[in-house]
Design a protein around this ligand. Sequence first.
Ligand SMILES: Nc1ncnc2c1ncn2[C@@H]1O[C@H](COP(=O)(O)OP(=O)(O)OP(=O)(O)O)[C@@H](O)[C@H]1O
Length: 578
Amino acid sequence: MDPFLTQNIDRYRSLVAAYAPPARKPESSIPNPDIQIGARIRPILPDEAAEGLVAGVYPRSASLSAIADVHELRKSVRGQPGLTSSSYTVDCVFGPDDSTGDVYKELVEPLVPWAWGGGVGTLFAYGQTGSGKTFTVTAIERLVAEQLMGGQLEGEREVHVCIFELAGNVAFDLLNSHKRISILEDSFGATQLVGATEHTPITTSALLSLIDNASAFRKTASTDRNAASSRTHAMCRLRIANPAIPAADDGLLFLVDLAGSEAARDIAEHSADRMKETREINTSLSILKDCIRGRAQLDVGAGKGKAPYIPFRASALTKTLKHVFDPAGARACKTAVVACVSPSVVDAGPSKNTLRYAELLRVTMPKGRGLVEKESVPASWGNERVQEWIGKSSGTPPISASLLAPTETGAQLVRLPQSLFISRCEKTPGVSSEQALAFYSKLWRLHIDSQAAQTSSAPIPRVIAQAEPSTPFACHIHPGMFVRYKPPHPTGLDTNIAAILCPDWAVETEVKDYYGKDVKGVRGEGERRYLCAMVAPSIMPGAWELDLGRQCVVEVREMEAEVLMEWDVATRYWFMTV
Ligand SMILES: Nc1ncnc2c1ncn2[C@@H]1O[C@H](COP(=O)(O)OP(=O)(O)OP(=O)(O)O)[C@@H](O)[C@H]1O
């Protein structure tokens, strides 16, 4: 321990005991129900106590607190040393006396029935090396196995498990002798773990023994701070299929034990390889933070403005979790994060970093965010209106609103996984799976129509040059350029933007365009005309899709302006450049 602290340990203890936190301003926001951020402060370990280490990180109150305080001793030029305290707010802080069962109950338990019902649940544990991530995740995996396979959850499911670790951008199968696997995106955009073995345990003990086998293969290497430090991200993926609804998406539950982050002072003695490994880990954690935050912002602010950028393709870790982060995937996700913290005062610096990271992940919702209910927008409905709509629109026999949506708002009902929605509908006597599926489709049609209507009232695109044939705009028309044009007649399609594909004389076959005009022109004759692909509003507000299936011929004189569009790799939509 630092000699300054050792000499002043009694003063430090008395300052901490006398610490009176400043009065808190009332929270102006409420927690996001789909992402829970917790912090777990582990106990001082026997060898730390033997070294004389004292605690410097505390939950603010004995019962479940939302604030963690970090106290450091400050040198003062004149007089006695003082106390510098930093406070961090998350959703719940677990102290040294709280068990993994408490963490599980608060953060992880809701993810299991969610994934069982077809949703995507993810648990991340992160923190400094030696802060208790593996301890926490290992115990949580056992509790998940018991809840999932214990027969308490409704209906029949097949549980498939796959456990692997990521070292940098390379993945290894922990259930198949540490064989290398590839993380690839298939032509449908789904992430595939090529070469990974998936097991289908049918009992709790079978699942537990797979988990135990996997942890034996986990690559460990000694670090300065933890003799068995995990230098890789370990991921347990549970895929839960519902044989009764084969068309529904499988539920997914990811339990992720992230590699330990190391502070600069702890890596000073590392070899070049270890430095590189540490840099890679810290980079992937930083990308993960951007993805978790981006996804939470998207969920909270859905329907407002430009979608946040979610860089999930920037690391192997987040690419593997595409289901969680890809906004285009539109999977209903619930996420829990446990920030693991060492209690020791000598680790106050890294503990502050961990807690700061946790605070950054927290995206809350404005309190009393006025839901202006609109009849045609299901996502704006409160629970009362949802229940009324279910009663009126669910067919015969009417689906029980209290069984389908006991508390859900419209936005929550839309995000309910298909499988869960259908199984809730089927609880009403006489309701068949066909009626339930038709009702699910009806809700989604209404939702998509309402989103499209909101998008089409998006601001008019920025115009950068007027299209007079004699202007530079007319001279620099080229394939790939976007233009605003005057459609020859209304089509019901709410767009007047097109991407230029080629001059129409370049098309070999005689075909008709979307408006019924002949596509084939003759080079050098008459008006300059271009074959274009229409650009239509997507279901995501402010985003546009290039519709190659709808092509039209646009004459230069029909073009009004060039439009600058930007391709967003994460959402796979086009956005107007502002
Ligand atoms: N809540 C806890 N109660 C008791 N002991 C704990 C607790 N959390 C962690 N420990 C102990 O602390 C030590 C370090 O824990 P662990 O290996 O889980 O850290 P880690 O964060 O996974 O580290 P690394 O990133 O280096 O793998 C272990 O000996 C573990 O048993």
